[in-house]
Design a protein. Sequence first.
Length: 274
Amino acid sequence: MSAFTLGPALLFCPADRPERYGKAADRADTVILDLEDAVAPAAKEAARAALAEASLAPERTVVRLNAVGTADFALDCEAVQRTGYRTVMLAKTESPEHVAAVRKALGDVEVIALVETARGVVEATAIARADGVTALMWGAEDLVASLGGTSSRTSGGTYRAVALQARSQVLLAAGAAGVGCIDAVYVDIADTEGLSAEAEDAAASGFAAKACIHPGQVAAIRAAFAPDDAEVERARALLAAAENERGVFAFEGRMVDEPILRHARSVLGRASGR
């Protein structure tokens, strides 16, 4: 899989709130300046003006565009053209042609394809392979809304089966294409325990990062994606032991083969980003 350097914690910031830009950049690994759902229709023009005047570091800034086919899409692209930002997130991506539309409008930009409708999930494999896609992200609430549903989670806070299937399907599509995958936001800001558990599952499952909607969520995501010292030491010991072995061998009473070694390399890879 190609390197994904924007995480592990990506923080959405409404683009019509420029007074928050700097604070968001200070708190998160990457800021997503949102021109879509976080901005009311009446504030879209002001949001684009604020974006054009911003001076955040381009390598740590993503701009979320409104969906292809909306009146705001072309206006968003015009605003991005007046900036130095070269990574965009396309809302409601449903096909490789949607990605191509972004590249036609903006040139050689990197695209994070936000897959958040039933059609997008079904087409995730093709979207992930489209020219310019650097990562996929999935979204639960828009997905369920596209199916006519009312909630992505049960009363206990866990995802419903359809959301879990979409989460896995998008992750697999990204992995098959060799691009990163970003886990969806956790909307219950006060539930730090639930966020931590979901972020830990995301890291263990192979997500490259997780998006969030509040600065207070960043620490939990970073902690979940950073292996603790014991995990790091065990991974190092396992890889060191493998240097003197041929093929399958036993380590601490467990069978070890190449997939297990790759798990250990992933741990060290995450640790190097701490």
